[in-house]
Write a protein that binds this ligand. Structure first.
Ligand SMILES: [Zn+2]
Length: 409
């Protein structure tokens, strides 16, 4: 087994409790920041290639001075972040081949967030919980209580623990359509990742995450000393019925409150949902780890949906895939269990026993193979396929091999 250190960048999202006065200040600052970014994004179109590679601070400061000689009420440090953010949007647009539907100049102005450099906000803790001081104006720190669940508090405790190597960087302050505020804090840490050889692993635990079933986990191990034939362990399954029911009830309640104009009630609904989601994802990730721990040395394989990014746009309706994956990864790494990701395409429509692929075999929770006669829980079937697929890919060096760290997450 080899252990490598991997730099892990993560963003976690905290809800902020605010007041009318603080809201006004924040909203004005965000609007001014966006106005600046919007104007700057139009200027950036005519920058020469050499300007992009030279000192960006000078370029941003000089350019903004032309458009906003009176500084627009924005602190110079925030203005700089606005320019950097725009230039980063151009960088990624260019590296994606400049698609016509996402020109950077259209991304600013109407958006509702601003970015803070790491030293322009400060996380705080006291007996009543966590908070954050945001430097919105010069010589002025506004304090906001963080309305966090177990998941957020775990991160915050780690950030504030001086012995913990996790560090925090910049943050984005987002205002939602209903006026509520969320802080997206980016963190950095070096995580030891164990990268075992296939012959050092005794079990591969496939995990299928979903809406119908929160998780289904299934472990396989090699038969006769090789992975060409495997035996399978009893799977673990957590139905999502209760979570869905809870979410649907809150969605209804929220739309009623929204129709009645009760914004506070809407907020309370979202808070309740966030706390409940936190609890569900924690319990589920703990259960997955407990299942895997029976089979060490093992590897946990998750569906890799790397393009998926959790947003705070609709906190009630979003399924917490990302949060669940993060929790599993974090808890597994703590216990020295490696976690890998694979593209899950086809894993829900393939029979794990005989390999026949047919969409018709799956009907909600049931999987019934017409070729070999297997009748199985559909998500547990997918979990075994995820495990098998990973073994298969690991045996082919031309595909992402087992020692290719990019697949270790
Ligand atoms: Zn079959």
């Amino acid at each position: 087994m080899e252990t490598v250190e991997k730099k892990v960048n993560r963003t976690f999202i905290c809800k902020l409790a605010s007041s009318k006065r603080k809201d006004d200040l924040v909203w004005n600052t965000i609007d001014a920041w966006q106005e600046m970014a919007d104007w700057f994004s139009d200027q950036a179109m005519s920058f020469q290639p050499s300007q992009w590679s030279n000192s960006r601070s000078n370029l941003v400061t000089k350019t903004l001075k032309r458009g906003f000689p009176d500084d627009n009420g924005i602190m110079a440090a925030h203005a700089l972040q606005a320019g950097f953010k725009v230039m980063e949007a151009y960088d990624s647009w260019n590296s994606n081949g400049g698609p016509s539907d996402s020109h950077p100049s259209g991304q600013f102005g109407d958006a509702s967030y601003m970015r803070f450099r790491g030293d322009h906000y400060e996380l705080t803790a006291n007996e009543s919980g966590y908070g954050v001081k945001l430097k919105l104006r010069p010589y002025n720190h506004e304090w906001f209580r963080i309305d966090g669940g177990e998941h957020q508090n775990e991160y915050l405790a780690r950030i504030l623990d001086e012995d913990d190597p996790m560090a925090y960087g910049s943050a984005e302050l987002h205002r939602q359509a209903d006026g509520s505020l969320f802080l997206h804090i980016s963190t950095k840490e070096k995580v030891p990742i164990v990268t075992p050889e296939l012959d050092e692993i005794e079990h591969v635990v496939g995990v299928d995450l979903g809406e119908r079933t929160i998780y289904a986990a299934g472990a396989i191990s090699p038969l006769d000393g090789g992975w060409s034939e495997v035996s399978k362990e009893q799977p673990a399954i957590e139905p999502g019925r209760e979570f869905r029911h809870h979410r649907d009830r809150l969605t209804d309640k929220r739309s009623q409150l929204q129709a009645a104009g009760d914004l506070q009630g809407v907020k309370a609904c979202e808070d309740e949902h966030a706390r409940y989601t936190d609890q569900v994802t924690h319990q589920a990730s703990r259960a997955v780890i407990e299942y895997a721990e029976q089979f060490t040395p093992c590897v946990i394989v998750l569906e890799d949906l790397t393009d998926y990014r959790e947003t705070a746009r609709d906190p009630v309706h979003e399924w917490p895939f990302h949060q669940l994956k993060e929790n599993i990864r974090y808890k597994a790494n703590e216990r020295g269990i490696p976690v890998a990701g694979i593209d899950p395409a086809g894993t829900s429509t393939t029979c794990h026993q005989c390999g026949t692929i047919d969409k018709a075999f799956r009907d909600r929770n049931d999987f019934e193979c017409e070729n070999c006669g297997l009748e199985y829980h559909a998500d547990a079937n997918a979990a075994f396929n995820i495990a098998k697929l990973w073994v298969l890919r690991s045996q082919h060096d031309d595909v992402s091999g087992i020692n290719d760290c990019s697949m270790w997450i």
